[in-house]
Design a protein around this ligand. Structure first.
Ligand code: EPU
Length: 340
């Protein structure tokens, strides 16, 4: 297995930031994976596992090695009257996978249509949208364990899924390389349309009992209206997490800003819409040189073409500071910054 040297990653990250990787390899065979990991270890290189690059802020120089997992394919492992367990390669495109499920009549993940990125990246941050997150249909995954140097199976509990969080971002960061992912899906469609955005959209179309295709299409339409396509305008979806605050903080804010948008969260806590905070702080649609805040969704930061990670991180810092000053709430950046 040969390394490619000085590889340009501009088109491998959804912000489109220029970044040069010292060493790059793409693997879809375990023997190749073992061989490249061996050389990473021998050389003492830092290693970045690159999925779809859609939740990543890349700086210009990427030292060490970048590895892309290209495992493909979708197999039905087991099915009965109501459920099917399917296995999919980590290198598959997420939206392509969701579209294939729709065609096969396998349900549960429709609300996650059009999320950019790869299947292998999805468990890392437990991707979620419109009232569904992958943990809801997750079965298990196969990953390469870099410590014990073997393939392992990890079940749902072991993956420790939380809001935009998992084992792979916290306790075991860098340890596992996700190879295939298994989902438990339903052959009977039950729409999950409790999320206001979806129900409003379907109501406007006069759809009362939507089909799986109609929910999928509604999600695609809503996303297209609010989130820029990375191929047209560089972005990584939501740039900040929605902050979770205590009830007393929420009550303080609600008294001061009666129209604040928040949702009850785990016991005694509230999840604030970071988009509302940033919007209210006056940032929506602001452009600073080559980067800015998207004009249809304040939670999305964009690269107009020639921006760099440093420009974007400076903007993010200014936004965080103004939100802190105005609301006394701390924002947390959602995508990974590499090198940190
Ligand atoms: N809002 C504003 N101004 C804005 C944006 C939002 O006032 O500029 C308010 C609106 O009232 C809106 C509310 O904030 O109703 C929530 O906005 P939205 O429904 O667009 O969802 P979000 O909280 O901004 C989250 C996820 C998205 C996901 C959507 C839909 C996070 C960090 N983001 O966004 O995920 O698609 O809900 O479920 O949890 C991503 O993670 O990259 C992502 C796009």
């Amino acid at each position: 297995m040969q390394w490619q040297k000085d590889i340009d990653l501009t088109h491998k990250n959804s912000f489109g930031f220029p970044a040069i990787a010292d060493h790059f390899a793409e693997v879809d065979q375990i023997e190749d994976l073992e061989s490249v990991l061996d050389s990473v270890e021998k050389n003492g290189w830092p290693l970045l596992i690159l999925g779809g690059g859609s939740n990543l802020v890349l700086r210009e120089k990427i030292p060490g090695a970048v590895l892309s997992v290209a495992t493909q394919g979708l197999n039905i492992l087991a099915d009965n009257e109501h459920t099917a367990i399917i296995e999919v390669g980590a290198g598959e495109n997420w939206h392509g996978f969701i579209t294939q499920l729709l065609q096969k009549g396998l349900h549960g993940l429709e609300n996650l249509a059009l999320i950019p990125g790869s299947v292998g990246a999805a468990p890392v941050q437990n991707i979620g949208a419109y009232g569904v997150e992958i943990a809801d249909c997750f079965h298990s995954l196969t990953a390469y364990d870099r410590i014990n140097k073997e393939l392992v199976q990890l079940g749902k509990d072991e993956c420790q899924f939380g809001y935009r969080d998992s084992l792979f971002k916290s306790d075991a960061k860098g340890r596992y390389i996700i190879w295939t992912v298994r989902f438990s899906l339903s052959t009977v469609f039950t729409p999950k349309i409790g999320y206001k955005g979806i129900s409003d959209h379907l109501d406007a179309l006069g759809i009362v009992e939507p089909s799986a295709y109609q929910v999928y299409q509604a999600v695609c339409d809503i996303r297209m209206g609010k989130l820029p396509l990375p191929t047209e305008l560089g972005n990584a979806g939501s740039f900040f997490e929605n902050p979770i605050v205590t009830e007393s903080t929420y009550q303080r804010l609600k008294a001061q800003f009666p129209d604040i948008v928040a949702y009850p969260d785990k016991a005694g806590h509230f999840k604030l819409a970071a988009g509302w905070l940033i919007d209210r702080a006056g940032w929506k649609g602001c452009r600073v040189g080559e980067v800015g805040v998207y004009d249809k969704q304040a939670l999305v930061l964009v690269n107009y073409g020639q921006g760099l990670a440093t420009d974007l991180l400076k903007l993010a810092e200014d936004i965080s500071l103004s939100v802190k000053n105005q609301f006394d709430v701390k924002l947390k950046i959602e995508p990974r910054i590499y090198p940190e």
